[in-house]
Write a protein that binds this ligand. Sequence first.
Ligand code: MN
Length: 502
Amino acid sequence: MLDISNYEVWFITGSQHLYGIETLNKVQIHSKKITSSLNDHSSIPVQVVFKTVLTTPDEIIQICRQANNSIHCIGIIAWMHTFSPAKMWINGLKILRKPLLHLHTQFGSDIPWDKIDMDFMNLHQSAHGGREFGYINTRLRKDRKVIVGHWKDKEVIKSIAVWTRVAAAWEDCQHLKIARFGDNMREVAVTEGDKVSAQVQFGYSVNGYGLGDLVERIDASTENEVKAIVESYFDEYIVSPEMHKNGPRFADLQTAARIENGLRVFLKEGGFHAFTDTFENLHGMDQLPGIAVQRLMAEGYGFGAEGDWKTAALVRTMKVMATGLKGGNSFMEDYTYHFDPGAMSVLGAHMLEICPSIASHKPLCQIHPLGIGGKSDPVRLVFNSAGGPALNASLIDLGNRFRLLVNPVDALDPEHDLPNLPVARVLWKPHPNLKIGAAAWILAGGAHHTCYSQNLDVEYLEDFAEMAGIEYTLIDADTKMHFFKQQLRWNEIYYHLASGIS
Ligand code: MN
């Protein structure tokens, strides 16, 4: 299971010698107070570590070097309590490779109108100190998040928490290994992409592995391993009677468990945290992995069907962001439309592989034929997903850059039983509505595969795109088609120029 609690964000405070030791001591005391207050918030899932008050260029370079080299540090929160002349920051910021959050806060929330004097003013200089720091970051074209408000403000805490979760996911990307079993589904375009560019941009590596090596692990599964997994199926799901111990299809359930065991062993051995498969390449396997993929996703693995490694990576990344949050994240596909003018919506599903983290009830474990792939009937988990706010995110390769496309949706509680649909599914209305939402998605080149999230809002995805230095395109309640088209055109020019000759 996922655990990000050992990651650290370092809290550093900018100042200068000019103020004398007494003021600097106060600055330090205040910084420690803010740090420990942030640590007290359970919504911030990582350690916030007070580092130091920085007053010289050498100290700044040193802390940036330490942050770059630390395996625990996933980002830096910088606060300018007083004025900190920002030429001191140039060389440090130039080498800083970890995500940066500029917390534009002030120690005291309110101005003490009756008592305020120049001592108070000289200690509470964030309003102008933060602007000096902001300028040099902008001058260096440095991507960072800027959060404004008092450090006890709920919205400020929420935004910091979001950023720490995204920074943890970004750190995870830097050593993420993605295993591919088989290539892309033949002739499919949007699931293709440049794996070298992806590694340069995101840090993760994507490599293919022989089906034979996976099948070897599946076949090597012991009776006890298979038995334990089968037992967990009965514990966690409502298994159809035909697959009960004396039922005619119990052997198929055991086969599914064997596939699950082999996949997990392979992924663990290789240190993989995301994977892809394809129904066109299952040589030596009895079933297309269904329940196996669903359960591995629920454990925190990223997954993309039909060789879709970009979505596999995105699913993993979003699962890391969402560690410990209520609700789930799943591989998803816009499958079928409901064009009733009064209730236009999308039925999201996949052939098999939807993550039970988004299930609204105990999943049913069933076996049904699969129209494609030419293998035995695969075992799968079938369930509905609850209504509520959610979003879809898609990562696409535009040839000269990656675009992260995000569309919040309203998921709808199921009104119909769908007794003949043997897959997990979720019904949603995209923002601002299906007509504009789908048209904008298509114009932006968004894939049919997405990561569907119940517990991440758009702020997470925007933070992630900025950390990764990629294009972020949002379709939301405010989207107007005319402006959206213009935005796509302007972005073409910006990214064309911004990429230089690389
Ligand atoms: Mn698909």
